[in-house]
Design a protein around this ligand. Structure first.
Ligand SMILES: [Ca+2]
Ligand SMILES: [Ca+2]
Ligand SMILES: [Ca+2]
Length: 222
């Protein structure tokens, strides 16, 4: 069990850290080699070094709020973080135990996902109606008006073609009511598919396709 003091030290230790840059938004729909999605905690250690930025955001649940904390006077930051630690103590026993801390961080991760998804939705929402159509996604991602144009351009680029098809499958799976548009409640599953169980089937299929292609391209010699 973490004592209240320990939890407070953990939280208050943010105050003395170097201001962070918020460059990386782990969890966004970016893939690493062979199509794996970047897990939420991929940036916790960078090149073997502990990344305090990750800790800040994991507790605060917002890139924007974490950035705001960098500019607070130390006393004000301590005050706010102290009340945050009190909120973590759900059962009010004056201690923050492991489960309370874990639940808090999981809730923060969900808030980070929603914040990142909303940022991405606003980037893609060409007509600013608060929703993203497939055409808007294609226009923002590929710089073209419809997928026919993308298909035409990508005929010599299997990678781009595959990316378009993968995006289309993810879009369909995220679109719960099947109206061809992703609203604010549906969009997070599209931008962060690895964090939504209903999207896993599409991701698994995508990964198998990539492995299958790699196997065909690089057959094991016997
Ligand atoms: Ca407690
Ligand atoms: Ca729109
Ligand atoms: Ca929809």
């Amino acid at each position: 069990m973490l004592s209240k003091t320990t939890a407070l030290i953990l939280v208050l230790s943010f105050v003395g850290c170097v201001p962070h840059t918020h460059k990386n938004k782990a969890g966004s729909k970016e893939t690493v080699e062979h199509g794996s999605y970047v897990p939420r905690d991929s940036g916790h250690y960078k090149e073997g070094k502990h990344d305090y930025e990750f800790d800040h955001e994991s507790v605060l649940g917002s890139h924007n709020v974490a950035e705001e904390y960098d500019h607070l006077p130390p006393e004000e930051a301590k005050k706010r973080l102290f009340s945050l630690a009190l909120k973590m103590d759900v059962d009010g026993d004056k201690y923050v135990d492991k489960l309370e801390l874990m639940n808090w961080v999981l809730k923060s991760f969900k808030m980070l996902t929603d914040e990142e998804a909303l940022d991405e939705l606003e980037d893609e929402d060409g007509d600013e109606d608060g929703k993203v159509s497939w055409e808007e996604h294609v226009a923002e991602t590929y710089g073209m008006y419809d997928d026919d144009m993308v298909l035409n351009q990508a005929k010599d680029s299997p990678e781009e073609l595959e990316m378009l098809e993968n995006d289309r499958e993810l879009f369909k799976a995220a679109d719960l009511n099947g109206d061809g548009i992703l609203d604010k409640s549906e969009y997070p599953a599209f931008s962060h598919p690895e964090e939504f169980e209903r999207m896993h089937q599409v991701l698994i299929f995508e990964s198998f396709s990539i492995i299958f292609e790699l196997t065909l391209c690089n057959p094991v010699s016997t």
